[in-house]
Design a protein around this ligand. Sequence first.
Ligand code: AMP
Length: 508
Amino acid sequence: MNLIDTIDKVCIEHSESICEIYRNSTLTYGELKKRSDALAKYIISNYGEDKSPIVIYGHKEHEMLISFLACSKSGHAYIPIDTTFPKDRIKDIIESSKPKLFINIGNIDIDNFQGKILSPENLIDIFNKFSGLKPAKAFFIKDNDVYYMLYTSGSTGKPKGVQITYKALKTFIEWFLPYCKTSEDKSVFLNQVSYSFDVSVISIYIGLLLGKTLYVIDKKMTANFKDLFENLAISKVAMWISTPSFAEMCVVDNSFNKTLLPKLEKMFFAGEVLSKKLVSTLYERFGDISIINGYGPTEATVLITAIEVNKDMLHSKDSIPIGYAMSNSKVILVDDTEKEVKEGEKGEIYVIGDNVSIGYYNNEKMTKKHFFITQSEAGIKHGYKTGDLAYKKDCVFYYCGRKDFQIKLNGFRIELEDVENNLRKLDYISNAIVLPVKHEDKVTYIAAFVTLNKHINEKEFKVAMKIKNDVGKLLPSYMIPRKIKILNKFPINTNGKIDRKSLQEDLK
Ligand code: AMP
């Protein structure tokens, strides 16, 4: 498959079709092609064979999509930076990636940038000046070139640039595309996930390849229920793509149902644990839809396992599975000596194949720590140690949490997610996050943050006592959180996941 050529073909064949709707503004496929060609031409005429990465700063503006494609057509990797990123982080990213071009759709003031900054006005000029010109295919990105680079948080405090090659992106898309088919050709895909989070790749590239219309939900809408629900009501979304946290926020309102989204056929979730409670609420509200759970780290290009969730899974003693391994790559579970574990045993997820990143940009130390290389008849392949634990039954993987969420408390080994899962079993708890509280690097106790799905007319400490008592029937006493805080809702980070860091700050 040739991604750029195929998207270009869709743009030509469906030039009048709407590719993206963002509030009152629409972008057609014809405009997407014309403007991305023009911008690619501009980049080629200014940078030629210099293929340094390009920063694209903004939120959900049409120019983001246009710029992504322009970079690929001019042979540059792009680094999407969402407007929610703080300035210091942007500085770190610039320092690490040394871009020569900063496409400033979000119009931020960047001091001391050595390269060129393109403002929204500059972009309009470029679209006009280079209108009708087409970049030569010789400049298009090649298989082993880096297609995009996403900066994820690093344990050192400095973000790490995950390099995803064109080949890796295509490997992911080839496997995952069939999951995204809907009954009508011209249906609508939700475009809500931040471009700094790779789950957004599904909306963008699979959406465009299939000639869909992307309906944008931006951060302003997400912060205002009235605005959000008004937009959802007119969106005609058939394919929902988000983190479970975003859907959990929506289901709080009972009008999040089939009447609001009558065209909804599929809901796809990734990025964090998908709870049985959320799945059963969604089945109740939407009836006959299909729900897909996908799992994967940024380092292995969006997802490496996926499964359609069926109603039987809700009654099983296992959690909702993360699914079957992708068909065109290898996903294995290994023990501490890196030997593959037996069926049913817990191990760390390793992934080996063309979908795996070539490493962190300019960061050999961290690349060596997390990546490895294998050689077989299939050739040289990159491997990545995910740090996630899982077990496998009948080829289906079940997520068991992060390896680094394993803590020791008074000598007892505790998996924080095990405590969370048991808290979630209580019928009045809608979600739970458990965190360690440390003193001088030693865990002294564990604390839980919970949200309730019904109001309990009691003081917070009494509710906390009740929770301790009830979860005490499911867990040994050393695993019962000493402190329990009840929240109305969880803080959410840029990627749309529950913000564990800010909860951890609350415990200080
Ligand atoms: P990111 O690199 O930001 O996409 O985060 C990847 C991490 O999110 C994985 O290593 C998992 O810890 C977690 N994750 C992703 N998808 C799922 C899922 N479906 N269920 C549970 N955890 C997930």
